[in-house]
Design a protein around this ligand. Structure first.
Ligand code: NI
Length: 225
């Protein structure tokens, strides 16, 4: 499932984050990938050890905490601290697949179930830079307004097309979900949205309560925590 989560960041918070990135020290993005990624990755990143990356990453995670849509869709268990990248001057990232298991430090690991890209520039500020996600239904091109996020399965092949004008700034990170299976997670998301719509529409309370029970019992069946 590909999901567009609008306005994770907006207004002054987004402006402050962008300003910090525009004056940041960038490094070659190939430093954080394995051999497969290094062959096709042409971009810049904030160094993993940079205090600015840690600080801005906390801003992104705090913003996600305020998004019920993100939580309902991702059912997050763990996050890889958000990273930041910049594509400019023809920079691109060819087709690749994200690593399945990533270190979180102190011996802890994360299984990447979901990949997230948070767009930090408006689409008209740069040419190219589409995120292309290839799944069983074909290729999807994604280029979102500043502050919006796309959530997609980490199992997919994906790429970023060359940025031929301007610069594309984004934050990216991975999520280990409580529900590993994409199809199960998608059903839970649909069910949660339908229950919420019934509740808002003033549906029979007893029936809504029973459906809510089914949602939680399915989650109990499928969640690994
Ligand atoms: Ni990737």
């Amino acid at each position: 499932m590909l999901l567009h989560v609008p306005q994770v960041l907006a207004g002054e918070e987004l402006a402050r984050l962008r300003q910090a990135l525009e004056t940041a020290e960038w490094t070659d993005g190939r430093e954080t990938v394995g051999a497969q990624g290094a062959q096709v990755k042409r971009n810049q990143q904030l160094p993993d050890a940079s205090p600015l990356r840690a600080e801005l990453g906390r801003v992104v995670l705090a913003a996600l905490q305020r998004s019920p849509l993100f939580f309902s869709a991702a059912l997050p268990l763990k996050f890889l601290p958000p990273r930041f990248n910049r594509y400019t001057g023809g920079g691109e990232y060819g087709f690749h697949v994200d690593g399945a298991v990533m270190g979180l430090g102190q011996g802890e690991q994360l299984r990447s179930d979901l990949s997230c890209t948070l767009f930090l520039c408006e689409p008209e500020e740069y040419d190219g830079g589409e995120l292309v996600v290839s799944d069983t239904y074909g290729e999807h091109e994604v280029k979102l307004p500043a502050g919006d996020l796309i959530l997609y399965p980490s199992s997919s092949l994906h790429r970023v097309t060359p940025v031929t004008r301007g610069a594309r700034l984004a934050s990216f990170f991975w999520v280990q979900s409580m529900v590993r299976d994409d199809a199960r997670r998608a059903m839970l998301f649909e069910m949660d949205a339908a229950i919420e719509a019934l509740r808002r529409g003033g549906a029979d309370r007893e029936a809504v309560l029973r459906l809510t029970g089914v949602y939680h019992n399915l989650l109990r069946q499928w969640a690994e925590v």
